[in-house]
Design a protein around this ligand. Sequence first.
Ligand code: HEC
Length: 142
Amino acid sequence: MHFRSLGAIFLAAALVFATGAGLAPKVISAQDAAGTPAFYTERVAPILQKNCASCHGGMNHRGGFNMATKAGMQKGGKDGVAVVPGDPAKSLLVRLMRHEGPADDPMNMPPAPRPKVSDADIAVVEQWVKAGAMMPDDVQKP
Ligand code: HEC
């Protein structure tokens, strides 16, 4: 076998490999994924369900804030809008979770003695707000 045909076989193998790789699932960047309603359902809702729903879901709308529906989430509470799409720093929901005020601030969410939400989970919520706070229209939970 000549070197030239060996090279051709090699090239063909490389092409097959490249085509195969093209069929692999597309890698979606975290930023893209965070801008989808599915990101809310799969990543954000479980965090709110675990830490907030007992006071802001179902029949309970403490502070006038109901997270159980998209309308409630967009309306916010007695102090107004809680989620500013694209701007976590202006979103009360994020700021209260981060405990930006004093440690004994009654507005820290969830309120003491409940534990602060983990940094990793707060980061997920921030990422979601930053990417536009997309939600499905028929939010069921929290
Ligand atoms: C144990 C009950 C309880 C839990 C759990 C709880 N909250 Fe609250 N939340 C309250 C109460 C009570 C207020 C009203 C506080 C006040 O006005 O002094 C409030 C107010 C708020 C407000 C402000 C509404 C407004 O317009 O004034 C936001 C935003 C909020 N909570 C977000 C959250 C988030 C996010 C979580 C979960 C990480 C959470 N809360 C968990 C009881 C709770």
